[in-house]
Design a protein around this ligand. Structure first.
Ligand code: ATP
Ligand code: MG
Length: 138
């Protein structure tokens, strides 16, 4: 079990001004930020990040959305980070997300669902490496 996960605050949430409130909720839950950047993905970069979904019917929509505006990428540390962070963000579809979760609080739809959270320790490592060099993390 690793103690790190990777997250993105997605373009819907940054454009609605939810960045501060989402970071506040994450930090209050006990995560410490080991790396962070405000950036914007090209469609090609968004496609590479979500490469696992390339054959899914929603891939084009996902890539267009994820490159439509700024995102915040971060590496977070806490005990049991991957699993606990998935609980904190809630179900992919905010209509099914539990009360108090980030997606329940801030997401509008299954496509525009405010945040990303890694689904395994292995993917947390790969996704953190996608955004951050050794100089940008500690
Ligand atoms: P994420 O990987 O962003 O944390 P997730 O792990 O909860 O989300 P995935 O199954 O990995 O869900 O899907 C990746 C993203 O693709 C979702 O967060 C959502 O933005 C989008 N997506 C998934 N299913 C659909 C769908 N049926 N229609 C539109 N978009 C979808
Ligand atoms: Mg996922």
């Amino acid at each position: 079990m690793s103690n790190r996960t990777f997250t993105m605050i997605k373009p819907d949430a940054t454009s609605k001004g939810y960045t501060g409130a989402i970071l506040d909720q994450i930090i209050k839950e006990g995560y410490s930020v080991k790396a962070m950047k405000w950036t914007k993905l090209t469609t090609e970069q968004a496609g590479l990040f979500y490469d696992i979904h390339r054959e899914r019917p929603f891939f084009g929509e996902l890539v267009n959305f994820m490159s439509s505006g700024p995102i915040v990428a971060a590496i977070l540390e806490k005990e049991n980070a991957v699993e606990d962070f998935r609980t904190l963000i809630g179900a992919t579809n905010p209509a099914n997300a539990a009360e108090g979760t980030i997606r329940k609080n801030f997401a509008a739809s299954i496509g525009e669902n405010a945040v990303h959270g890694s689904d395994s320790d292995e993917n947390a490592q790969i996704e953190g490496d996608f955004f951050f060099s050794k100089l940008e993390r500690f």
